[in-house]
Design a protein around this ligand. Structure first.
Ligand code: CAA
Length: 297
């Protein structure tokens, strides 16, 4: 099956990034949001991201001003669901809430071309559960991108027991066309990356709670000792502590293992509204974004 037109539902951090990479790959993209102001915010983020890319060399994903103009011209924002009806693939990246997602899929299923593929960017909700809101189980798949989408090369292609081989392969080829490296995985909570990443991040918090090292030292140790681009606390603040806390609940509910359970400190930070970079405070304080300082915890 050929994908000619892409729909993206949700224009937040992930949705705007997915729309950007699809438009960069040459696809006409329609982005659906509930309100114009969310589209404005997402398109503003795309503009900033493209500006940053225009400062990079071509071999590091750099683009010229005329390429930027072409990418932007392929993007359309809408608040009308009917405008994604003729898309060949619709990628949903709305709030991580199963009820909200299922309502969205049920509405999309009524309107969108019956041959279209439905994909979810969820990081932890069961793809199988979301699939049940539609009448197209064999054409339903997970496409899990990583933050920041324009820079991170991976996309997880997540099949359920009902996904057809053809749709899995079409989604895999589509991931490649987006300039990503796709990996195949199955609908087990956390897929590949979060299955391994989440226990690591939670263990870093537990190590800190047990006095193994300071936040800065644990970050430096993992960055310099393992060659990771960010230490675990910097990455936790980057991903969002509320997001991580939510993922721990879904994973712990699925596996009932301590390694997926939230440490007390993560819960306290989330209760206090310290969500990381997005709220200006988490394990670090971002009052000066170029020079984050560790918070006393
Ligand atoms: N578009 C969007 N964001 C961009 C960008 C672009 N073109 N270029 C840079 N950035 C962002 C970074 O996020 C960061 O944001 P601010 O400017 O707002 O502070 C900043 O730009 C850093 O810029 P740098 O020039 O220092 O970027 P870099 O080339 O050194 O690399 C990075 C930054 C790619 C994020 C790198 O640090 C990295 O790989 N970090 C690890 C990220 C990671 O592990 N992501 C996966 C998280 S897990 C996940 O997403 C899945 C899940 O389900 C939770």
């Amino acid at each position: 099956m050929e994908i000619r037109k892409v729909g993206v539902v949700g224009c937040g951090l992930m949705g705007s990034g997915i729309a950007q990479v699809a438009a960069t790959a040459g696809f006409p993209v329609t982005v659906l949001e509930v309100e114009q102001r969310f589209l404005d915010k997402g398109f503003d983020a795309i503009n900033k991201s493209l500006d940053k890319l225009s400062e990079r060399p071509p071999d590091k994903g750099g683009i010229t001003q005329s390429q930027k103009d072409q990418i932007v011209s392929r993007l359309t924002g809408t608040t009308r669901l009917a405008e994604v009806a003729d898309c060949d693939i619709v990628i949903e990246a709305i709030i991580e809430n199963p009820t909200a997602k299922k309502q969205m899929y049920a509405a999309l299923d009524q309107t969108v071309n019956k041959q279209a593929i439905f994909a979810s960017n969820t990081s932890s909700i069961s793809i199988t559960e979301l699939m049940t809101a539609t009448g197209r189980p064999e054409r339903f798949i997970g496409l899990h991108f990583f933050n920041p989408v324009p820079l991170m090369k991976l996309v997880e292609v997540v099949r359920t027991i009902a996904t057809s081989d053809e749709i899995q392969e079409t989604a895999y080829a589509f991931g490649k066309k987006l300039g990503k490296v796709p990996v195949r995985t199955s609908d087990k909570t956390g897929f590949i990356v979060n299955r391994l990443l989440v226990p690591y991040l939670l263990d870093a918090i537990r190590a800190y709670e047990e006095g193994v090292g300071s936040i800065e030292d644990i970050d430096s140790a993992m960055k310099l000792g393992c060659g990771y681009p960010m230490g675990p606390f910097t990455l936790l603040d980057f991903v969002g502590l509320d997001t991580t806390y939510y993922i721990t609940h879904v994973m712990h509910d699925e596996f009932k293992e301590r390694r997926f359970a939230s440490p007390a400190l993560l819960k306290r930070l989330v209760l206090a509204g310290w969500y990381g970079r997005k709220s200006g405070k988490g394990f670090y304080d971002y009052s000066d974004p170029n020079n984050p300082k560790v918070n006393k915890l």
